[in-house]
Design a protein around this ligand. Structure first.
Ligand SMILES: Cc1cc2nc3c(=O)[nH]c(=O)nc-3n(C[C@H](O)[C@H](O)[C@H](O)COP(=O)(O)OP(=O)(O)OC[C@H]3O[C@@H](n4cnc5c(N)ncnc54)[C@H](O)[C@@H]3O)c2cc1C
Length: 460
């Protein structure tokens, strides 16, 4: 297998994929636009930390890196809800303490992946190399070296575009004709802020939780970091609604807004104003496109093929699942790229579409529903039903986060379950009033009506 594979983008997807492919004996060359984050003082991009869950962990395990990553992760056992009146409550993520998600540093994760990839003699990283395009007929990719300001080109047996949501490789697909593409921006932006560690490096708020300040049309969240600080993210409409980012122009505006709506967080945010005005405002978008490949010369993988909004904490997990599935196909078909690419698209497209839709839906849940009494009852119903009828019922959140059954199945089953349970819970005031047998039988009826197997087929 002396074939040469060009990977464009050494982010989370490209770096993990390079390990999988190196293990199969391919010569892998990775070209990355940015400087090497291991030596240059650059941000790892996007969010500082990420929620890692079962799908991502499973893929990391295949390359022997799960333990190394989890060693530095902080378990988040549930959502800590901060109401406007200062009351807090923990909503556990799972049915027991074994079901939790992990806060990991994006940079540390990327570095571990790059270090592991570089252990293989058949992997080479090229940094400061911005892809400017490729010839989809010949497999020749072109790069601009940001340091030397020179152009380069390289020919691979195949090219993998893992260059993120604004992929340069995808631009070539767009020019090629037969290619469907949509990108949907949310009317929301996000801004990263900080709750620093306390003086003795302690956590100022509960360490083992993902904190949410739900405020209806907007919200702030906070994920813990190993050093005792939290990365907070404010998600807010750019200009719509009563409260929006356009209103937060001056020190006075920002101070007044935070004191009014995030009063319990403000004393823990001594750098709030500096962070707010120094940090850029990020965009949120969903990318859907297909086919993901052009003959056997190029394929898109990771966010380049299917960027999703971050509200299910699944973007990276989904990309890692891509890498695992891609590797299984390489195992099956060797270097028959066309077959691999075709099967990969068939296998993954409906699932990446499903998680894209679930992620958009989950925004409403996070910013609004978590503080809603019916929703809180439904969460309790989820736990009770899963305990009592484990063969038939797993909550939507758990199917997506703690199991590896296809996202499309999780979406289909989850939406039916949620609709029925929200309806039943809207008629009661305590969970004891819920007739569990009645609930599961309604759910099973609806599964049958929709041609869905009553029993869950887990593949973990
Ligand atoms: C605010 C936010 C929070 C998130 N939180 C979570 C979370 O909690 N859990 C989760 O699972 N996911 C989360 N995600 C999603 C996750 O960040 C992405 O799914 C993941 O980073 C995708 O990895 P990637 O390697 O495909 O793309 P990217 O991470 O975008 O990496 C692409 C790489 O390609 C490089 N590149 C770009 N253009 C070029 C070019 N022309 N030439 C060469 N190189 C290029 C970039 O520099 C980068 O290194 C979040 C996303 C956001 C925006």
């Amino acid at each position: 297998m002396s074939q040469k594979i060009i990977i464009v983008g050494a982010g989370l997807t490209g770096s993990l994929l390079s390990i999988f492919l190196a293990r199969r004996g391919f010569n892998v060359e990775i070209y990355e636009r940015r400087a090497d984050m291991r030596t240059a003082n650059i941000s790892a991009g996007k969010s500082i930390n990420l929620a890692l869950s079962v799908r991502g962990i499973h893929a990391l395990k295949q390359v022997g890196l799960d333990a190394a990553i989890l060693k530095h992760a902080i378990p988040m056992l549930g959502r800590m809800i901060h109401l406007e009146n200062g009351e807090t409550s923990l909503q556990p993520y799972g049915k027991n303490e074994n079901e939790y998600i992990n806060s990991v540093s994006r940079k540390d994760l990327n570095v571990v992946l790059m270090n592991e990839a570089e252990k293989f003699p058949n992997v080479t990283f090229h940094f400061n190399m911005r892809c400017t395009g490729m010839n989809l007929q010949t497999g020749e990719a072109t790069f601009f070296n940001e340091l030397t300001q020179t152009n380069h080109s390289v020919i691979g047996d195949t090219v993998i575009g893992s260059d993120g949501s604004a992929s340069a490789i995808r631009m070539e697909f767009l020019k090629s004709g037969f290619f469907n593409f949509s990108q949907q921006y949310e009317n929301y932006g996000y801004k990263e802020l900080t709750i620093p560690a306390s003086e003795n490096k302690g956590f100022r708020i509960e360490k083992n939780a993902l904190h949410i300040w739900p405020r209806g049309s907007y919200m702030m969240i906070a994920l813990p970091n190993e050093d005792g600080d939290f990365t907070c993210t404010l998600f807010m409409p750019f200009k719509d609604g009563n409260k929006n980012l356009a209103q937060l122009k001056t020190i006075g505006n920002v101070t007044e807004f935070f004191n009014e709506v995030f009063a319990d967080a403000v004393p823990n945010m001594p750098t709030l104003l500096d962070d707010f005005f120094a940090n850029p405002t990020g965009n949120l978008l969903t990318v859907k496109c297909f086919p993901w490949h052009i003959n056997d010369k190029a394929i898109l993988l990771g966010d380049a093929a299917h960027a999703v909004v971050p509200f299910f904490g699944q973007g990276m997990n989904c990309c890692f699942e891509d890498c695992y599935n891609f590797d299984l196909l390489v195992e099956k078909h060797g270097n028959n790229w066309l077959t691999i690419f075709e099967e990969f698209g068939k296998l993954r497209k409906e699932n990446t579409d499903a998680i894209a839709d679930l992620a958009v839906e989950n925004f409403v849940e996070m910013r609004d529903l978590v503080a809603n009494p019916t929703f809180m009852l439904k969460k309790k119903a989820d736990v009770l039903l899963e305990e009592k009828f484990p063969e038939y019922f797993i909550s939507k959140y758990a199917m997506v986060t703690f199991h590896r059954l296809p996202y499309a199945v999780a979406k289909q089953r989850g939406q039916i379950q949620d609709k029925i349970l929200m309806e039943l819970c809207s008629k009661i005031t305590t969970i004891e009033e819920l007739n569990l047998e009645n609930a599961i039988s309604k759910i099973k009826d609806e599964f049958r009506r929709n041609g869905i197997e009553e029993k869950i087929q887990l593949n973990d």
